[in-house]
Write a protein that binds this ligand. Sequence first.
Ligand SMILES: *Cc1c(COP(=O)(O)O)cnc(C)c1O
Length: 478
Amino acid sequence: MSAQAEAHVAQHARADRYVSTRADRDAPTVDFARALLDGLAGDGGLYLPQAWPRAGVGAGLTYVERATSVLDSFIGDALPAGAGAQAARRACDRFRHACVAPLVQIDDALWLLELFHGPTLAFKDCAMQLMAPLMDAALAASGETLLLVTATSGDTGAAAVNAFAGAERVSLAVFHPEGRVSPVQRRQMTTVEAGNVLNVAVRGDFDACQAIVKALLAEPALRTNRRVSSVNSINWGRLAGQIPYYLAASATLGRAPRFVVPTGNFGDAFAGWAARAMGADIGPLVAAVNQNDALARVINTGHYTRRAATPSASVSMDVQAPSNFERLVYEAADRDGGVTQAFYSAFARDGEARLPASVHARIGADVSAVSIDEAETARTIAQVHARTGQVICPHTAVGVAAAWRTQGQAQPATDTPDTPTVVLATAHPGKFPDAVAAALGAPAPTPPQLAALAERRETLVVIDDDLAAARAALEALS
Ligand SMILES: *Cc1c(COP(=O)(O)O)cnc(C)c1O
């Protein structure tokens, strides 16, 4: 592109227009409603706003105000006026804590950002509760309806069922592997009574569910009279909904805190990167992974390789293909979609790929990454409990262990031992009672809302690992 054309794009780049991470700089853009309803871009890339807006970073805003301003800048005029504010209010009303995401200090310079006060006790509620009303608004504007199909190993399905139950224009089908999600996670999905939600237990594993969902998404017959999409973490709506808590935490602490983020698909961590790009006072970002360390390896060495995921105590982070990393690659390549395209084509073809040296260097300057094994995760749960009396979930423990290990080491050198560090506490420990009990040698506390689930009636259909059976099950959804 000529310098003149480049200046033209920069001048007109807008936060409410979306580009694919695999597209040319001058490719056509889509609006917020389209990015939200499509999920994945047509070329297989992920959507990002064409430019980062400036955020309302000042102290003194409520969470609702902060979320509204973030959403409004990304929505532009793609939805009727007030849609962002309405979604933010509705979502925040469903949290049990007045601050939505409170900061709790557990050590001299260490805070937990508690993201688990929503209906299903994990951080995915933060964004999913915003996405449901926004999708309804987008569909109302275009007069369409939407079928969402998704595979889950637990947390995503629970958050989605809870957020979309009763949505006017969305039906949701969630496929989980029978007997392979925890009883708590299953009940969080199956005890919600709503005509627009279908829970399907598949006699197979998570990959079988994923394969069924992929096959369904590819079926043209499903698209008669409606849109079909999915709610996984590559959706821009999920990312946008995770930015407000970074802004809130950084405004509360002042002094550019370091953020340590327990990571699977790199969605939550990329939201922190985005908050910094939007002007929030955010110091070093540390991505903390469990023994499934593909993300840490590519960040530390520039070499991305395919490996199978091994089950860990922090199950929601058992990911070896961190999908949102693509957004960071695109940014680090100066938004050259050709670089992203080449990297991911090579990976798809060869099962491995190397980042160009300049892209790798930029990524290393922005984010560092640490892998924490199972023994250290368990030890950290016990140590935090012994020192503070606080019980943390295994995902949060991976974050705390990474924070302790990297204290004072991260770049830039402004990071000193008394730099405030914020670890994102991504789930309530009561959701993972077995892992917590094993680490503490005593049962984890059960929050009352989880205890109450055992009393409620479950609704689900059980099918064989078979596409025809999945199709037949979907008939139950209007
Ligand atoms: C999904 C999840 C994560 C990982 O989030 P990503 O956005 O995939 O990095 C971490 N902790 C918990 C409890 C989760 O449910």
